[in-house]
Design a protein around this ligand. Sequence first.
Ligand code: X8Z
Ligand code: ZN
Length: 610
Amino acid sequence: MKKNTPLNKLAMALCLTGALAACQPEQAKKEEIKPAGPTAADARAYVEKAEKQLEKDYEYQGQTAWVQANFVTEDTNALMARVSEQATKLGVSLALGAKKFNDLELDYDTRRKLEILKAGLTLPAPEDDALNAELAKITSNLDAIYAKGCTDKNECFNLGQLSGILADPSKSNQEKLDAWVNWRQVSPQMRKDYKRMVEIANQGSKELGFADTGALWRSKYDMPADDFAKEMDRVWGQVKPLYNSLQCHVRAKLNEKYGDDVVSKTGPIPAHLLGNMWAQSWGNIFEDVAPQTEAKATNLTERLTAKQYSEVEMVRTAEDFFVSLGFERLPDTFWDRSLFVEPKDRTVQCHASAWDLSTTDYRIKMCIKKNAEDFIVIHHELGHNFYQRAYNLKQPMLYRSSANDGFHEAIGDTVALSINDSYLKEIGLIDQIPDESADLPFLMKMALDKIAFVPFGLIVDKWRWGVFNGEIPADKYNEGWWKLREEYQGVKAPVARTEESFDPGAKYHVPGSVPYSRYFLAHILQFQFHRELCKIAGSEGPLHRCSIYGSKEAGAKLNAMLELGMSKTWQEALKTMTGSGDMDASAILDYFAPLQKWLDTQNAGRQCGW
Ligand code: X8Z
Ligand code: ZN
Protein backbone atom coordinates (compact mmCIF):
# COMPACT_ATOMS: atom_id res chain seq x y z
CA MET A 1 0.00 0.00 0.00
CA LYS A 2 1.25 3.44 -0.87
CA LYS A 3 1.67 6.13 1.73
CA ASN A 4 0.52 9.67 1.21
CA THR A 5 3.81 11.54 0.85
CA PRO A 6 3.83 15.34 1.03
CA LEU A 7 4.72 15.34 -2.65
CA ASN A 8 1.64 13.60 -3.87
CA LYS A 9 -0.45 15.64 -1.48
CA LEU A 10 0.79 18.69 -3.34
CA ALA A 11 0.03 17.03 -6.64
CA MET A 12 -3.49 16.37 -5.49
CA ALA A 13 -3.95 19.93 -4.40
CA LEU A 14 -2.92 21.04 -7.87
CA CYS A 15 -5.32 18.56 -9.39
CA LEU A 16 -8.14 20.25 -7.62
CA THR A 17 -7.44 23.49 -9.41
CA GLY A 18 -8.74 21.91 -12.56
CA ALA A 19 -6.45 20.36 -15.13
CA LEU A 20 -6.83 16.76 -14.00
CA ALA A 21 -4.89 15.18 -16.85
CA ALA A 22 -1.91 17.41 -16.34
CA CYS A 23 -1.52 15.99 -12.90
CA GLN A 24 -0.81 12.48 -14.07
CA PRO A 25 2.02 12.50 -16.55
CA GLU A 26 2.81 8.84 -15.87
CA GLN A 27 -0.75 7.83 -16.46
CA ALA A 28 -0.89 9.89 -19.61
CA LYS A 29 2.01 7.90 -21.00
CA LYS A 30 0.30 4.61 -20.16
CA GLU A 31 -2.80 5.74 -21.93
CA GLU A 32 -0.99 5.35 -25.22
CA ILE A 33 -0.97 1.58 -24.81
CA LYS A 34 -3.99 1.01 -22.53
CA PRO A 35 -7.53 2.37 -22.78
CA ALA A 36 -8.03 5.22 -20.35
CA GLY A 37 -9.61 4.41 -17.00
CA PRO A 38 -9.63 5.96 -13.60
CA THR A 39 -6.31 5.86 -11.80
CA ALA A 40 -5.24 5.83 -8.18
CA ALA A 41 -4.41 9.50 -8.49
CA ASP A 42 -7.92 10.18 -9.80
CA ALA A 43 -9.32 8.37 -6.80
CA ARG A 44 -7.29 10.45 -4.38
CA ALA A 45 -8.28 13.65 -6.12
CA TYR A 46 -11.89 12.55 -6.08
CA VAL A 47 -11.81 11.95 -2.35
CA GLU A 48 -10.14 15.25 -1.66
CA LYS A 49 -12.66 17.13 -3.73
CA ALA A 50 -15.52 15.30 -2.04
CA GLU A 51 -14.18 16.29 1.38
CA LYS A 52 -14.07 19.92 0.32
CA GLN A 53 -17.61 19.80 -1.07
CA LEU A 54 -18.97 18.16 2.05
CA GLU A 55 -17.18 20.58 4.34
CA LYS A 56 -18.39 23.59 2.42
CA ASP A 57 -22.07 22.97 3.15
CA TYR A 58 -21.70 21.41 6.59
CA GLU A 59 -22.24 24.48 8.74
CA TYR A 60 -25.12 25.80 6.66
CA GLN A 61 -26.90 22.44 6.79
CA GLY A 62 -26.35 22.31 10.53
CA GLN A 63 -27.68 25.81 11.05
CA THR A 64 -30.79 25.03 9.04
CA ALA A 65 -31.39 21.79 10.91
CA TRP A 66 -30.82 23.57 14.23
CA VAL A 67 -33.31 26.30 13.45
CA GLN A 68 -35.86 23.75 12.24
CA ALA A 69 -35.52 21.60 15.36
CA ASN A 70 -35.73 24.65 17.63
CA PHE A 71 -38.64 26.34 15.84
CA VAL A 72 -40.82 23.71 14.23
CA THR A 73 -43.05 25.55 11.74
CA GLU A 74 -44.25 25.10 8.16
CA ASP A 75 -41.52 27.45 7.01
CA THR A 76 -38.60 25.87 8.81
CA ASN A 77 -39.82 22.48 7.57
CA ALA A 78 -39.77 23.73 4.03
CA LEU A 79 -36.27 25.15 4.47
CA MET A 80 -35.08 21.90 5.98
CA ALA A 81 -36.61 19.86 3.18
CA ARG A 82 -34.77 22.02 0.66
CA VAL A 83 -31.45 21.60 2.43
CA SER A 84 -31.80 17.86 2.86
CA GLU A 85 -32.75 17.58 -0.81
CA GLN A 86 -29.48 19.28 -1.75
CA ALA A 87 -27.47 17.22 0.70
CA THR A 88 -28.97 13.96 -0.57
CA LYS A 89 -28.31 14.94 -4.17
CA LEU A 90 -24.67 15.58 -3.38
CA GLY A 91 -24.43 12.40 -1.30
CA VAL A 92 -25.88 10.26 -4.09
CA SER A 93 -23.63 11.78 -6.71
CA LEU A 94 -20.54 11.28 -4.52
CA ALA A 95 -21.53 7.68 -3.80
CA LEU A 96 -22.08 6.88 -7.47
CA GLY A 97 -18.82 8.57 -8.40
CA ALA A 98 -16.96 6.60 -5.74
CA LYS A 99 -18.04 3.33 -7.36
CA LYS A 100 -15.93 4.12 -10.40
CA PHE A 101 -12.83 3.28 -8.39
CA ASN A 102 -14.08 -0.09 -7.17
CA ASP A 103 -11.53 -2.15 -9.06
CA LEU A 104 -8.47 -0.11 -8.26
CA GLU A 105 -5.86 -1.03 -5.72
CA LEU A 106 -5.56 2.00 -3.50
CA ASP A 107 -3.84 3.22 -0.37
CA TYR A 108 -5.68 2.55 2.91
CA ASP A 109 -7.14 6.01 3.40
CA THR A 110 -8.38 6.52 -0.13
CA ARG A 111 -10.05 3.13 -0.18
CA ARG A 112 -11.60 3.67 3.26
CA LYS A 113 -12.89 7.11 2.36
CA LEU A 114 -14.41 5.84 -0.88
CA GLU A 115 -16.22 3.13 1.06
CA ILE A 116 -17.46 5.77 3.50
CA LEU A 117 -18.77 7.81 0.56
CA LYS A 118 -20.53 4.80 -0.96
CA ALA A 119 -22.46 4.03 2.21
CA GLY A 120 -22.64 7.55 3.62
CA LEU A 121 -26.35 8.27 3.28
CA THR A 122 -29.08 6.93 5.54
CA LEU A 123 -31.95 7.43 3.09
CA PRO A 124 -30.56 7.76 -0.41
CA ALA A 125 -32.89 9.13 -3.07
CA PRO A 126 -32.88 7.89 -6.65
CA GLU A 127 -31.14 10.08 -9.21
CA ASP A 128 -34.41 11.75 -10.04
CA ASP A 129 -35.02 15.27 -8.83
CA ALA A 130 -38.75 14.84 -8.31
CA LEU A 131 -38.31 11.72 -6.19
CA ASN A 132 -35.51 13.33 -4.23
CA ALA A 133 -37.71 16.33 -3.46
CA GLU A 134 -40.60 14.07 -2.49
CA LEU A 135 -38.39 12.09 -0.11
CA ALA A 136 -37.04 15.24 1.52
CA LYS A 137 -40.56 16.60 2.08
CA ILE A 138 -41.76 13.33 3.57
CA THR A 139 -38.85 13.04 6.00
CA SER A 140 -39.08 16.58 7.29
CA ASN A 141 -42.86 16.25 7.67
CA LEU A 142 -42.61 12.98 9.60
CA ASP A 143 -40.10 14.59 11.90
CA ALA A 144 -42.37 17.60 12.46
CA ILE A 145 -45.45 15.47 13.18
CA TYR A 146 -43.54 13.76 15.97
CA ALA A 147 -42.18 17.06 17.34
CA LYS A 148 -45.62 18.66 17.44
CA GLY A 149 -47.33 15.63 18.98
CA CYS A 150 -50.72 16.37 17.44
CA THR A 151 -53.29 14.18 15.71
CA ASP A 152 -54.40 15.00 12.18
CA LYS A 153 -57.42 16.67 13.85
CA ASN A 154 -55.02 18.90 15.74
CA GLU A 155 -55.53 17.40 19.16
CA CYS A 156 -52.13 17.74 20.78
CA PHE A 157 -50.25 15.86 23.50
CA ASN A 158 -47.15 16.63 25.49
CA LEU A 159 -44.81 13.66 25.44
CA GLY A 160 -42.98 14.88 28.54
CA GLN A 161 -46.21 15.00 30.54
CA LEU A 162 -47.48 11.64 29.31
CA SER A 163 -44.10 10.06 30.04
CA GLY A 164 -44.32 11.51 33.54
CA ILE A 165 -47.54 9.58 34.14
CA LEU A 166 -45.97 6.31 33.01
CA ALA A 167 -42.96 7.00 35.21
CA ASP A 168 -45.03 7.68 38.32
CA PRO A 169 -45.61 4.55 40.44
CA SER A 170 -48.57 6.18 42.16
CA LYS A 171 -50.62 6.56 38.95
CA SER A 172 -53.27 3.93 38.29
CA ASN A 173 -53.34 1.29 35.61
CA GLN A 174 -56.05 3.27 33.80
CA GLU A 175 -54.16 6.56 33.93
CA LYS A 176 -51.10 4.85 32.50
CA LEU A 177 -53.14 3.17 29.82
CA ASP A 178 -54.67 6.49 28.76
CA ALA A 179 -51.24 8.13 28.56
CA TRP A 180 -49.92 5.22 26.52
CA VAL A 181 -52.85 5.23 24.09
CA ASN A 182 -52.91 9.01 23.75
CA TRP A 183 -49.35 9.34 22.58
CA ARG A 184 -50.07 6.72 19.94
CA GLN A 185 -52.76 8.89 18.41
CA VAL A 186 -49.98 10.90 16.82
CA SER A 187 -48.60 8.17 14.59
CA PRO A 188 -51.50 6.85 12.42
CA GLN A 189 -51.14 9.86 10.11
CA MET A 190 -47.50 8.87 9.42
CA ARG A 191 -48.31 5.48 7.98
CA LYS A 192 -48.92 6.35 4.35
CA ASP A 193 -45.93 8.67 4.12
CA TYR A 194 -43.73 6.12 5.83
CA LYS A 195 -44.62 3.52 3.23
CA ARG A 196 -43.83 5.94 0.42
CA MET A 197 -40.56 6.88 2.10
CA VAL A 198 -39.58 3.21 2.18
CA GLU A 199 -40.31 2.83 -1.54
CA ILE A 200 -38.27 5.85 -2.57
CA ALA A 201 -35.32 5.14 -0.28
CA ASN A 202 -35.24 1.53 -1.44
CA GLN A 203 -35.10 2.64 -5.05
CA GLY A 204 -32.27 5.01 -4.14
CA SER A 205 -30.41 2.25 -2.29
CA LYS A 206 -30.74 -0.11 -5.26
CA GLU A 207 -29.30 2.51 -7.57
CA LEU A 208 -26.27 2.62 -5.29
CA GLY A 209 -25.89 -1.16 -5.53
CA PHE A 210 -27.52 -2.25 -2.26
CA ALA A 211 -30.31 -4.83 -2.15
CA ASP A 212 -32.45 -2.43 -0.08
CA THR A 213 -32.05 0.35 2.50
CA GLY A 214 -31.65 -2.13 5.36
CA ALA A 215 -28.74 -3.76 3.54
CA LEU A 216 -27.21 -0.30 3.17
CA TRP A 217 -27.58 0.31 6.92
CA ARG A 218 -25.99 -3.02 7.77
CA SER A 219 -23.08 -2.37 5.43
CA LYS A 220 -21.60 0.38 7.60
CA TYR A 221 -19.77 -1.83 10.08
CA ASP A 222 -16.46 -2.85 8.51
CA MET A 223 -17.74 -6.36 7.83
CA PRO A 224 -20.14 -7.98 5.36
CA ALA A 225 -23.73 -6.84 6.01
CA ASP A 226 -24.97 -10.35 6.76
CA ASP A 227 -22.19 -10.96 9.26
CA PHE A 228 -23.19 -7.82 11.10
CA ALA A 229 -26.74 -9.06 11.60
CA LYS A 230 -25.34 -12.37 12.88
CA GLU A 231 -23.01 -10.53 15.22
CA MET A 232 -25.94 -8.66 16.75
CA ASP A 233 -27.80 -11.95 17.28
CA ARG A 234 -24.73 -13.57 18.78
CA VAL A 235 -24.31 -10.84 21.37
CA TRP A 236 -28.03 -10.83 22.13
CA GLY A 237 -27.71 -14.56 22.79
CA GLN A 238 -25.13 -13.75 25.48
CA VAL A 239 -27.40 -11.25 27.25
CA LYS A 240 -30.70 -13.08 26.82
CA PRO A 241 -30.54 -15.33 29.93
CA LEU A 242 -30.03 -12.29 32.17
CA TYR A 243 -32.81 -10.42 30.38
CA ASN A 244 -35.17 -13.34 30.81
CA SER A 245 -34.41 -13.47 34.53
CA LEU A 246 -35.09 -9.76 34.85
CA GLN A 247 -38.33 -9.96 32.86
CA CYS A 248 -39.43 -12.86 35.03
CA HIS A 249 -38.85 -11.01 38.29
CA VAL A 250 -40.38 -7.75 37.07
CA ARG A 251 -43.45 -9.59 35.79
CA ALA A 252 -43.92 -11.33 39.14
CA LYS A 253 -43.71 -8.02 41.01
CA LEU A 254 -46.09 -6.25 38.62
CA ASN A 255 -48.45 -9.19 38.93
CA GLU A 256 -48.42 -8.69 42.71
CA LYS A 257 -49.12 -4.99 42.28
CA TYR A 258 -51.77 -5.04 39.55
CA GLY A 259 -53.28 -8.53 39.86
CA ASP A 260 -53.81 -11.40 37.42
CA ASP A 261 -56.35 -9.51 35.34
CA VAL A 262 -53.80 -6.88 34.35
CA VAL A 263 -50.46 -8.73 34.42
CA SER A 264 -50.42 -12.47 33.90
CA LYS A 265 -47.88 -14.62 35.71
CA THR A 266 -46.76 -16.35 32.53
CA GLY A 267 -47.34 -14.13 29.48
CA PRO A 268 -45.75 -10.97 28.11
CA ILE A 269 -45.97 -7.80 30.24
CA PRO A 270 -48.39 -5.05 29.09
CA ALA A 271 -46.20 -2.28 27.71
CA HIS A 272 -47.76 0.63 29.63
CA LEU A 273 -46.65 -0.63 33.05
CA LEU A 274 -42.89 -0.57 32.61
CA GLY A 275 -42.32 3.09 33.40
CA ASN A 276 -41.46 4.27 29.91
CA MET A 277 -43.50 5.21 26.84
CA TRP A 278 -41.86 2.50 24.75
CA ALA A 279 -41.07 0.03 27.56
CA GLN A 280 -37.45 0.42 26.44
CA SER A 281 -35.88 1.03 29.83
CA TRP A 282 -37.60 0.33 33.08
CA GLY A 283 -35.71 2.32 35.73
CA ASN A 284 -38.85 4.23 36.67
CA ILE A 285 -40.53 1.16 38.12
CA PHE A 286 -37.61 0.55 40.46
CA GLU A 287 -39.79 1.08 43.53
CA ASP A 288 -42.14 -1.68 42.40
CA VAL A 289 -39.46 -4.31 41.94
CA ALA A 290 -36.55 -3.28 44.20
CA PRO A 291 -34.82 -5.82 46.44
CA GLN A 292 -35.67 -5.06 50.05
CA THR A 293 -32.26 -4.57 51.65
CA GLU A 294 -31.13 -2.96 54.88
CA ALA A 295 -29.50 0.02 53.22
CA LYS A 296 -31.50 1.82 50.54
CA ALA A 297 -29.98 2.71 47.20
CA THR A 298 -29.41 6.43 46.70
CA ASN A 299 -32.36 8.19 45.13
CA LEU A 300 -30.56 10.54 42.75
CA THR A 301 -33.67 12.46 41.72
CA GLU A 302 -34.34 13.18 45.35
CA ARG A 303 -30.73 14.32 45.87
CA LEU A 304 -30.79 16.65 42.85
CA THR A 305 -34.01 18.17 44.17
CA ALA A 306 -32.64 18.49 47.70
CA LYS A 307 -29.57 20.31 46.40
CA GLN A 308 -31.78 22.42 44.14
CA TYR A 309 -29.85 21.68 40.99
CA SER A 310 -30.95 23.81 38.05
CA GLU A 311 -30.90 22.49 34.49
CA VAL A 312 -27.71 24.38 33.70
CA GLU A 313 -26.06 23.11 36.88
CA MET A 314 -26.87 19.58 35.83
CA VAL A 315 -25.09 20.23 32.53
CA ARG A 316 -22.16 21.92 34.27
CA THR A 317 -21.77 18.92 36.56
CA ALA A 318 -21.64 16.60 33.56
CA GLU A 319 -19.06 18.83 31.89
CA ASP A 320 -17.03 18.80 35.11
CA PHE A 321 -16.83 15.02 34.86
CA PHE A 322 -15.26 15.19 31.41
CA VAL A 323 -12.93 17.94 32.61
CA SER A 324 -11.86 15.71 35.51
CA LEU A 325 -10.73 13.19 32.88
CA GLY A 326 -8.52 15.80 31.25
CA PHE A 327 -10.85 17.11 28.53
CA GLU A 328 -10.96 20.85 27.93
CA ARG A 329 -14.11 22.72 28.88
CA LEU A 330 -16.70 23.27 26.18
CA PRO A 331 -16.53 26.68 24.49
CA ASP A 332 -18.64 29.63 25.69
CA THR A 333 -20.79 29.28 22.59
CA PHE A 334 -21.96 25.90 23.91
CA TRP A 335 -23.54 27.66 26.87
CA ASP A 336 -24.90 30.54 24.78
CA ARG A 337 -26.43 28.49 21.99
CA SER A 338 -27.61 25.24 23.55
CA LEU A 339 -31.23 24.66 24.51
CA PHE A 340 -31.68 23.20 28.01
CA VAL A 341 -35.27 24.08 28.91
CA GLU A 342 -38.44 23.47 26.91
CA PRO A 343 -39.71 26.85 25.69
CA LYS A 344 -43.38 27.52 26.34
CA ASP A 345 -44.04 29.67 23.31
CA ARG A 346 -43.06 27.46 20.41
CA THR A 347 -42.69 23.88 19.24
CA VAL A 348 -39.26 22.33 19.54
CA GLN A 349 -38.11 18.81 18.78
CA CYS A 350 -37.65 17.82 22.41
CA HIS A 351 -35.90 14.51 21.77
CA ALA A 352 -32.40 15.12 23.15
CA SER A 353 -29.57 15.60 20.67
CA ALA A 354 -25.97 16.83 20.47
CA TRP A 355 -24.65 18.90 17.60
CA ASP A 356 -21.44 20.05 15.99
CA LEU A 357 -22.11 22.87 13.58
CA SER A 358 -18.43 23.50 12.90
CA THR A 359 -15.11 22.48 14.39
CA THR A 360 -15.62 25.06 17.14
CA ASP A 361 -19.40 25.16 17.60
CA TYR A 362 -20.94 22.45 19.86
CA ARG A 363 -24.42 22.39 21.33
CA ILE A 364 -27.06 20.22 22.89
CA LYS A 365 -30.80 20.55 22.54
CA MET A 366 -32.77 19.00 25.31
CA CYS A 367 -35.93 19.67 27.31
CA ILE A 368 -34.28 18.82 30.60
CA LYS A 369 -36.37 17.52 33.46
CA LYS A 370 -34.72 17.85 36.84
CA ASN A 371 -34.44 14.15 37.57
CA ALA A 372 -31.89 11.35 37.59
CA GLU A 373 -32.92 10.02 34.20
CA ASP A 374 -32.18 13.30 32.47
CA PHE A 375 -29.00 13.79 34.48
CA ILE A 376 -27.77 10.59 32.81
CA VAL A 377 -29.03 11.69 29.39
CA ILE A 378 -27.05 14.93 29.75
CA HIS A 379 -23.87 12.86 30.15
CA HIS A 380 -24.94 10.86 27.10
CA GLU A 381 -25.29 14.04 25.05
CA LEU A 382 -22.03 15.55 26.23
CA GLY A 383 -20.31 12.31 25.28
CA HIS A 384 -21.35 13.08 21.70
CA ASN A 385 -19.96 16.62 21.93
CA PHE A 386 -16.61 15.56 23.38
CA TYR A 387 -16.29 12.83 20.77
CA GLN A 388 -17.12 15.31 18.00
CA ARG A 389 -14.56 17.79 19.19
CA ALA A 390 -11.86 15.15 19.58
CA TYR A 391 -12.12 13.95 15.97
CA ASN A 392 -13.03 17.29 14.40
CA LEU A 393 -9.75 18.76 15.56
CA LYS A 394 -7.67 15.79 14.36
CA GLN A 395 -9.30 14.26 11.33
CA PRO A 396 -10.14 15.18 7.75
CA MET A 397 -13.80 15.61 6.84
CA LEU A 398 -14.65 12.03 5.93
CA TYR A 399 -13.21 10.68 9.18
CA ARG A 400 -15.11 13.13 11.37
CA SER A 401 -17.37 10.52 12.80
CA SER A 402 -17.23 7.72 15.32
CA ALA A 403 -15.60 4.33 14.70
CA ASN A 404 -19.14 3.08 14.19
CA ASP A 405 -22.37 4.72 15.25
CA GLY A 406 -22.57 2.55 18.38
CA PHE A 407 -19.31 4.09 19.60
CA HIS A 408 -20.87 7.55 19.41
CA GLU A 409 -23.78 6.43 21.53
CA ALA A 410 -21.55 4.67 24.05
CA ILE A 411 -19.19 7.43 25.22
CA GLY A 412 -21.43 9.53 27.43
CA ASP A 413 -23.04 6.37 28.78
CA THR A 414 -19.59 5.01 29.63
CA VAL A 415 -18.87 8.09 31.69
CA ALA A 416 -22.32 7.89 33.30
CA LEU A 417 -21.56 4.33 34.47
CA SER A 418 -19.27 6.04 36.96
CA ILE A 419 -22.19 7.90 38.55
CA ASN A 420 -22.34 5.75 41.66
CA ASP A 421 -22.27 6.47 45.35
CA SER A 422 -18.54 7.01 45.62
CA TYR A 423 -18.75 9.62 42.86
CA LEU A 424 -21.85 11.29 44.30
CA LYS A 425 -20.07 11.59 47.62
CA GLU A 426 -17.04 13.12 45.94
CA ILE A 427 -19.11 15.87 44.33
CA GLY A 428 -21.16 16.44 47.47
CA LEU A 429 -24.51 15.13 46.25
CA ILE A 430 -24.62 12.64 49.11
CA ASP A 431 -22.98 12.87 52.52
CA GLN A 432 -22.42 9.21 53.20
CA ILE A 433 -21.90 6.11 51.11
CA PRO A 434 -24.55 3.53 52.03
CA ASP A 435 -23.23 0.15 53.18
CA GLU A 436 -22.74 -2.79 50.83
CA SER A 437 -26.29 -4.04 51.12
CA ALA A 438 -27.29 -1.11 48.88
CA ASP A 439 -25.30 -2.64 46.02
CA LEU A 440 -28.10 -4.98 45.06
CA PRO A 441 -30.79 -2.31 44.67
CA PHE A 442 -28.24 -0.17 42.83
CA LEU A 443 -27.58 -3.01 40.41
CA MET A 444 -31.31 -3.57 40.01
CA LYS A 445 -31.80 0.08 39.05
CA MET A 446 -28.97 -0.19 36.52
CA ALA A 447 -30.34 -3.45 35.09
CA LEU A 448 -33.79 -1.91 34.68
CA ASP A 449 -32.16 0.79 32.57
CA LYS A 450 -29.49 -1.18 30.76
CA ILE A 451 -30.47 -4.84 30.53
CA ALA A 452 -34.14 -4.09 29.84
CA PHE A 453 -33.02 -1.94 26.92
CA VAL A 454 -31.00 -4.56 25.05
CA PRO A 455 -33.80 -6.42 23.20
CA PHE A 456 -35.52 -3.12 22.40
CA GLY A 457 -32.23 -1.92 20.92
CA LEU A 458 -32.30 -4.99 18.73
CA ILE A 459 -35.88 -5.02 17.49
CA VAL A 460 -36.30 -1.47 16.22
CA ASP A 461 -33.97 -2.19 13.32
CA LYS A 462 -35.04 -5.79 12.98
CA TRP A 463 -38.42 -4.25 12.24
CA ARG A 464 -37.00 -1.73 9.79
CA TRP A 465 -34.78 -4.30 8.07
CA GLY A 466 -37.95 -6.35 7.54
CA VAL A 467 -39.84 -3.30 6.29
CA PHE A 468 -37.08 -2.37 3.86
CA ASN A 469 -36.62 -5.88 2.46
CA GLY A 470 -40.35 -6.54 2.22
CA GLU A 471 -40.53 -9.34 4.79
CA ILE A 472 -42.81 -7.01 6.76
CA PRO A 473 -45.16 -5.66 4.05
CA ALA A 474 -46.93 -2.32 4.43
CA ASP A 475 -50.22 -3.93 5.41
CA LYS A 476 -48.47 -5.73 8.28
CA TYR A 477 -46.31 -2.93 9.71
CA ASN A 478 -47.98 -2.96 13.10
CA GLU A 479 -48.40 -6.71 13.29
CA GLY A 480 -44.71 -7.14 12.52
CA TRP A 481 -43.80 -4.58 15.18
CA TRP A 482 -45.75 -6.28 17.98
CA LYS A 483 -44.54 -9.70 16.95
CA LEU A 484 -40.95 -8.60 17.54
CA ARG A 485 -41.87 -6.81 20.77
CA GLU A 486 -43.42 -9.98 22.11
CA GLU A 487 -40.80 -12.38 20.87
CA TYR A 488 -37.72 -10.49 22.07
CA GLN A 489 -38.94 -8.29 24.92
CA GLY A 490 -41.77 -10.35 26.33
CA VAL A 491 -43.86 -7.19 26.20
CA LYS A 492 -47.30 -6.84 24.61
CA ALA A 493 -49.70 -4.10 23.57
CA PRO A 494 -52.06 -3.42 26.49
CA VAL A 495 -55.07 -2.98 24.20
CA ALA A 496 -55.91 -4.28 20.73
CA ARG A 497 -54.04 -2.48 17.96
CA THR A 498 -54.87 -2.24 14.29
CA GLU A 499 -52.74 -1.59 11.22
CA GLU A 500 -53.99 2.02 11.27
CA SER A 501 -52.28 2.54 14.63
CA PHE A 502 -48.75 2.43 13.19
CA ASP A 503 -47.20 2.21 16.65
CA PRO A 504 -43.56 2.26 15.49
CA GLY A 505 -44.20 5.86 14.39
CA ALA A 506 -44.68 6.83 18.05
CA LYS A 507 -40.96 6.24 18.63
CA TYR A 508 -38.80 9.21 17.63
CA HIS A 509 -36.20 7.31 15.62
CA VAL A 510 -38.76 5.81 13.25
CA PRO A 511 -40.25 9.02 11.83
CA GLY A 512 -36.78 10.55 12.29
CA SER A 513 -35.14 7.70 10.33
CA VAL A 514 -32.33 7.39 12.85
CA PRO A 515 -30.89 3.86 12.69
CA TYR A 516 -31.26 2.17 16.06
CA SER A 517 -28.78 -0.73 16.12
CA ARG A 518 -26.31 1.87 17.36
CA TYR A 519 -27.96 1.84 20.79
CA PHE A 520 -27.82 -1.92 21.02
CA LEU A 521 -24.10 -1.77 20.23
CA ALA A 522 -23.62 1.08 22.70
CA HIS A 523 -25.20 -0.86 25.52
CA ILE A 524 -22.68 -3.64 25.05
CA LEU A 525 -19.66 -1.46 24.27
CA GLN A 526 -20.09 0.94 27.19
CA PHE A 527 -19.50 -1.91 29.62
CA GLN A 528 -16.42 -3.01 27.70
CA PHE A 529 -15.10 0.56 27.85
CA HIS A 530 -16.02 0.92 31.51
CA ARG A 531 -14.22 -2.30 32.46
CA GLU A 532 -11.09 -1.20 30.63
CA LEU A 533 -11.06 2.37 31.90
CA CYS A 534 -11.62 1.15 35.45
CA LYS A 535 -8.54 -1.02 35.13
CA ILE A 536 -6.53 1.97 33.97
CA ALA A 537 -7.97 4.12 36.75
CA GLY A 538 -6.63 1.55 39.20
CA SER A 539 -9.99 0.37 40.45
CA GLU A 540 -9.80 -3.06 42.03
CA GLY A 541 -13.30 -3.67 43.38
CA PRO A 542 -16.40 -4.84 41.52
CA LEU A 543 -17.21 -2.99 38.30
CA HIS A 544 -20.33 -1.30 39.63
CA ARG A 545 -18.33 0.30 42.44
CA CYS A 546 -15.75 1.79 40.10
CA SER A 547 -15.84 5.44 39.17
CA ILE A 548 -13.27 6.82 36.74
CA TYR A 549 -13.97 10.37 37.93
CA GLY A 550 -10.72 12.33 38.13
CA SER A 551 -8.59 9.72 36.36
CA LYS A 552 -6.44 11.52 33.80
CA GLU A 553 -5.02 8.15 32.72
CA ALA A 554 -8.45 6.81 31.88
CA GLY A 555 -9.27 10.10 30.15
CA ALA A 556 -6.14 9.89 28.01
CA LYS A 557 -7.00 6.35 26.95
CA LEU A 558 -10.52 7.37 26.09
CA ASN A 559 -9.35 10.43 24.20
CA ALA A 560 -6.92 8.38 22.14
CA MET A 561 -9.85 6.37 20.82
CA LEU A 562 -12.07 9.40 20.29
CA GLU A 563 -9.40 11.22 18.29
CA LEU A 564 -9.25 8.39 15.78
CA GLY A 565 -12.72 9.28 14.61
CA MET A 566 -13.54 6.99 11.73
CA SER A 567 -9.97 6.79 10.45
CA LYS A 568 -9.63 3.14 11.52
CA THR A 569 -12.10 0.28 11.52
CA TRP A 570 -14.20 0.02 14.66
CA GLN A 571 -12.45 -3.25 15.45
CA GLU A 572 -9.10 -1.43 15.43
CA ALA A 573 -10.51 1.41 17.53
CA LEU A 574 -11.86 -1.09 20.03
CA LYS A 575 -8.47 -2.75 20.12
CA THR A 576 -6.70 0.50 21.00
CA MET A 577 -8.99 0.69 23.99
CA THR A 578 -9.44 -2.90 25.14
CA GLY A 579 -6.67 -4.86 23.44
CA SER A 580 -9.21 -6.92 21.53
CA GLY A 581 -11.27 -6.09 18.47
CA ASP A 582 -14.24 -8.21 19.46
CA MET A 583 -17.55 -6.96 20.69
CA ASP A 584 -18.35 -9.01 23.70
CA ALA A 585 -21.07 -9.09 26.34
CA SER A 586 -18.85 -10.55 29.05
CA ALA A 587 -18.28 -7.08 30.56
CA ILE A 588 -21.99 -6.35 30.95
CA LEU A 589 -22.50 -9.84 32.39
CA ASP A 590 -19.59 -9.36 34.81
CA TYR A 591 -21.06 -6.09 35.93
CA PHE A 592 -24.42 -7.64 36.73
CA ALA A 593 -23.16 -10.99 38.03
CA PRO A 594 -24.27 -10.31 41.64
CA LEU A 595 -27.73 -9.38 40.43
CA GLN A 596 -28.02 -12.48 38.24
CA LYS A 597 -27.36 -14.57 41.34
CA TRP A 598 -30.01 -12.75 43.31
CA LEU A 599 -32.54 -13.01 40.47
CA ASP A 600 -31.95 -16.75 40.28
CA THR A 601 -32.95 -17.15 43.92
CA GLN A 602 -35.98 -14.87 43.50
CA ASN A 603 -37.16 -16.68 40.38
CA ALA A 604 -36.84 -20.14 41.90
CA GLY A 605 -40.34 -21.63 41.76
CA ARG A 606 -41.56 -19.07 39.22
CA GLN A 607 -42.35 -20.07 35.69
CA CYS A 608 -40.12 -17.85 33.55
CA GLY A 609 -40.39 -17.17 29.83
CA TRP A 610 -43.53 -16.13 27.96
O1 X8Z B 1 -32.08 8.75 21.39
C1 X8Z B 1 -31.32 8.61 22.32
C2 X8Z B 1 -30.47 9.77 22.81
C3 X8Z B 1 -30.07 10.67 21.71
S1 X8Z B 1 -28.96 9.93 20.61
C4 X8Z B 1 -31.23 10.57 23.83
N1 X8Z B 1 -31.28 7.42 22.99
C5 X8Z B 1 -32.12 6.30 22.60
C6 X8Z B 1 -33.59 6.57 22.86
O2 X8Z B 1 -33.91 7.55 23.55
O3 X8Z B 1 -34.41 5.82 22.37
C7 X8Z B 1 -30.41 7.10 24.10
C8 X8Z B 1 -30.73 5.69 24.48
C9 X8Z B 1 -31.65 5.14 23.43
ZN1 ZN C 1 -27.09 9.68 21.48
